[in-house]
Ligand binder design. Structure first.
Ligand SMILES: Nc1ncnc2c1ncn2[C@@H]1O[C@H](COP(=O)(O)OP(=O)(O)OP(=O)(O)O)[C@@H](O)[C@H]1O
Ligand SMILES: [Mg+2]
Length: 251
């Protein structure tokens, strides 16, 4: 890759007791690039996001954003440096309105309540929840909660956005709209790292794919190449995908 990387991960290792959730993980994300992250359940995908965003500290390795070391910084500081994320397990503040939920994210970048409200409104409208601002988060469908989570992350105005299972747990009918939102965010020039079990979706939207298995990177390259990689097929894709009938392994 000739351009300087936006994100550079080297030797990232995380152990939980006897489990090595990430082992010597290394890869790069270029500015504006959309990189997919795949791998079976327990491969270490969400752990990787926790390490990149300061929710967990690695046992070894480094994370650099724009050439600056951000390894082990607190989540709020990583967020201010420009890395946003969504969570696999959605936990909206049920007692707050949709707008208030997103303002929590916007306050990462501004202390001014009016500014936070404006940013939150803009983020909600960009994900199609413009009419739901005053609703309580608890009344939202799963697909709408994914949109809320995306708006919360977008309101921090990240340069790099990490999405943990955008289409996971939503009904089939909600998937195309969510995929279009991700495409739209990417088209604005944002770099994205996207964990996704739906192979049709991730093969379609990614410029590159990093495959994890047992905490290690077992594949990194263009989607077509990773989909043909023997180790990736063995560890994750099985034969269904190579036969041209993409399922959603591990979902
Ligand atoms: N906070 C934690 N404490 C202890 N073990 C953990 C913790 N988080 C993750 N693990 C373990 O680390 C391994 C990787 O988990 P992780 O959640 O990163 O996998 P994943 O690839 O995101 O899986 P999935 O596709 O099911 O979401 C698993 O064995 C998991 O049990
Ligand atoms: Mg996960």
């Amino acid at each position: 890759m000739s351009t300087a990387p936006l994100l550079e991960v080297q030797g990232l290792t995380k152990r939980y007791g006897g489990v090595t959730a990430n082992r010597d993980v290394a890869f790069r994300v270029a500015p504006g690039e959309l990189v997919g992250v795949i791998g079976p359940n327990g491969a270490g995908k969400s752990t990787l996001f926790d390490l990149l965003t300061g929710f967990q500290r690695p046992n070894a390795g480094t994370v650099a954003l724009d050439g600056q070391d951000i390894t082990g910084l607190r989540p709020d500081i990583v967020s201010r440096r420009g890395v946003g994320r969504t969570f696999q397990k959605l936990k909206p503040f049920a007692g707050l309105t949709v707008l208030e939920n997103v303002m929590v994210g916007a306050f990462q970048k501004t202390a001014d309540p009016r500014e936070a409200r404006d940013r939150a409104r803009a983020a909600l409208s960009s994900v199609g929840l413009g009419g739901k601002e005053d609703a309580h988060a608890r009344v939202l469908s799963n697909g709408q909660r994914k949109r809320l989570e995306l708006a919360r992350a977008l309101s921090t105005r990240p340069r790099l956005l990490l999405l943990d299972e955008v289409t996971g747990g939503v009904d089939q009918g909600s998937i195309p709209g969510l995929v279009e939102l991700v495409r739209g965010v990417h088209a604005q020039g944002m770099a994205l790292l996207v964990i996704e079990h739906n192979m049709r979706v991730i093969m379609d939207i990614s410029q590159r794919i990093v495959a994890l298995h047992l905490g290690e990177v077992i594949g990194d390259g263009p989607p077509e190449a990773v989909a043909r990689d023997a180790r990736v097929i063995e560890a994750y894709l099985g034969r269904a995908y190579t036969r041209g009938a993409p399922e959603s392994p591990g979902a």
